[in-house]
Every structure is written in C-alpha cells, then in structure tokens.
Design a protein around this ligand. Structure first.
Ligand code: MAN
Length: 351
C-alpha cells in the first residue's frame, strides 16, 4: 500500500547490536521507539533499549528490577504448566503478567539526523522505585520554556502508568513521579502551553466498558492533571479498530494542532495516522485521516521482534518537513520524512 512516508534510504538507522548492553550478563534484544529533541545544535534520540539474558534452550527469562534497583532474572521452564505465553512481549506466570524484556532509555546524538552515536557523558535512564520495576519505555520528550518534560511508560507488577521526569541539561533529572496511574500510556505534552496551561494526550485503557482511546487533559504545573476528555476512539472495521495512542507532541500548524498517532487492528498491525485539534479548545477534533499515513511495508517493518509495526513517539519539525523517528517491528530504529501539508490534506473533517 502506498503511504505518505519517505523512508530514510539507510533504514534501519540503529540496530540492537549498535548499543552495548547495560550489564555484561544481558543482551540487547530490541532498540526501538525513541523520544526525539533538539539540544545544543544536535538532534537527540532517547532510545528504548529492551534487554534480557541470553536465550537458554527450554527456558524463558523474565527480567525484573529488585527493591535495590538491581536486575533479577526469573527463570521458568518453557513446559511449566503455570506459564501462559500471550505474545512475544508479555507472558503470564502463576497468574502474574511479566514482560519478556526490561527496558531503559539511552541518549544518542547526531549532527545530520541520520548517523547517531552515544557519548559517555550522558548515562542511561533506568526504572527507579516500585512503580518502574519492569522498566521504562517509549518516552516522549517535550521542551517547554527551557524545560524538557519526559513522559514515559512506567511498568511494574502494579500496572502500566505514565511517569514524568524533567531536566534542563540532560545530566541532572528530577525524581520520577507517576502522573497518570494504570492503565495508561502514550502520554504526549503539547509543544506549547494554551492560556498558561499545559495540555497532554494520553491513553487510558478499559477492559470491560470503553476501550483503548486517546484522551486530553490539562494542568497548571505538569504534575497534577485534570479536565480529562475522551477525544479519539477506535474505528470498527478500520486499520485503527483495536487501539489508538498518541505519537509525539501535537504540532502547532496554521490549521490547528496536528497530532500523529498509532492505530492497531485486531491482528496487531500498527500503522500511523493523523488528527487535527482546535487551537484554543483542543478537545474539538477538526479532522482525522481515513487511511493510514504510514503502513508497515518494508521488510524491517514486517518482521522482527514483533512484526507489522511502525510506532512513533518522536519527531523533528522544520517548516513543512516532519521527520519522524520510529520503531520498526519493535526491534529497529528508523526514520522517515513527511510533508505537513500533505498530512493536513488527508486529515479531513469528521463533522
Ligand atoms: C505497544 C507498546 C509499544 C510497542 C507496540 C507494538 O503499544 O508496547 O512499545 O511498540 O505495542 O508492539
């Protein structure tokens, strides 16, 4: 299927083998879903690094951070009757859900936006405390008035929620705080305040009534959020029928706030789409793309740790050019360019 993305010719730009594991007993299984920002004249990726112990025939491992912040590995025989495999990402053992990898975040920078490298000066960010024991994932980075807000998925046995840390220099960080409790993820702050308030998109999920929908909220201090409104739902029979979730920060355009989002269907195929929100009152949805603007179609998007996935939570805007960085098949980091005007042209009225 033809989509609007102009993929980098050098995709994937980063592979698991390009990053050293955080500890010599671990392997990097996936490198994916980077948050993106500009700092000191460079483009930076805050990449999610998913790790586990090297495979051992007949066993699976669940990596979990203990109360001292050290990684512990739970080892289970693959034929254990108490083990239920959901998919490559999650398993259930003795009634509890575990991730098959544990993620932390690493900083890489680039002068040209294509070739990225890591510097020792910027250490990785790891899960801290009780609510981040299964790791931290998929961080959106938003710079507002000189402060970088990091909103990420915090995973633990208590559930999946949204964590927040802030920094001004990428060397010192505020302590993590959970701003949206389980089950919630995909939280992206708007790139500017509206009438002095922060706004954010987020994705609570409900198993019984409701679904995996995108919500809007606001805050005076970026810590306490309220005025929650459900603004974008899944669409039956379409490519975004099972779940939708925000990408990076909504972008201010002449026509409104343009948000890139991911949508998945029942078969877990993840595509990207777009919607447009009113400048002054972003709970008003002005338009939404009918077809996806990006569909997994390249070999590196179709097969990998979890195939048929294009997932973005980071981008750079330069005039009409939107460069998204994305996770392909949950294993590789890739880039693609879009024209904002072309996206707006397919983001049609929903009224
Ligand atoms: C969920 C998250 C993402 C991941 C997608 C596709 O939304 O776990 O990190 O990229 O699924 O597997």
């Amino acid at each position: 299927m033809k989509d609007l993305a102009k993929r980098f010719l050098s995709n994937p730009i980063l592979l698991p083998k390009d990053i050293t594991p955080s500890n010599s007993s671990l392997q990097v299984i996936c490198l994916l879903n980077p948050g993106v920002f500009r700092f000191k004249g460079k483009t930076w990726l805050l990449v999610r690094v998913a790790e586990n112990k090297a495979q051992k025939e007949g066993f699976v491992f669940f990596p979990v951070m203990n109360e001292l912040g050290k990684l512990e590995i739970i080892e289970v025989a693959i034929n254990d009757p108490d083990l239920v495999s959901t998919d490559a990402r999650v398993m259930n053992y003795r009634g509890l859900d575990y991730l098959t990898t544990v993620s932390h975040l690493r900083l890489l920078s680039s002068d040209d936006g294509v070739h990225f490298s890591e510097s020792d000066r910027f250490p990785g960010l790891f899960g801290m405390g009780e609510l981040e024991r299964f790791g931290i994932e998929d961080c959106r980075v938003t710079e507002i008035e000189g402060v970088y807000y990091l909103t990420y998925t915090a995973v633990s046995a208590s559930g999946v929620g949204v964590g927040l840390r802030t920094t001004t220099d990428w060397e010192n960080f505020s302590l993590p705080t959970m701003i949206l409790p389980p089950h919630n993820k995909d939280c992206a702050l708007f790139e500017r305040k509206i009438d002095g308030k922060f706004f954010a998109l987020h994705r609570p999920s409900s198993k019984e009534i409701g679904g995996n929908f995108i919500w809007l909220c606001d805050s005076v201090d970026a810590n306490r959020w309220g005025n929650h409104k459900c603004i974008i739902k899944t669409r039956e029979g379409m490519w975004d029928s099972a779940r939708v979730g925000a990408g990076a920060s909504p972008i201010w355009t002449e026509k409104g706030w343009l948000a890139i989002y991911h949508g998945a269907d029942e078969r877990h195929r993840y595509c990207l789409g777009a919607f447009l929100l009113d400048h002054q009152n972003p709970s008003i949805v002005l338009g939404r793309s009918i077809d996806p603007i990006m569909v997994p179609s390249e070999p590196y998007e179709l097969s990998g740790f979890f195939g048929q996935v294009v997932f973005t939570n980071g981008h750079v805007v330069e005039g009409d050019k939107l460069t998204i960085y994305y996770g392909a098949a949950d294993e590789f980091v890739c880039g693609a360019e879009f024209s904002i005007a072309e996206i707006l042209a397919v983001t049609v009225s929903v009224r």
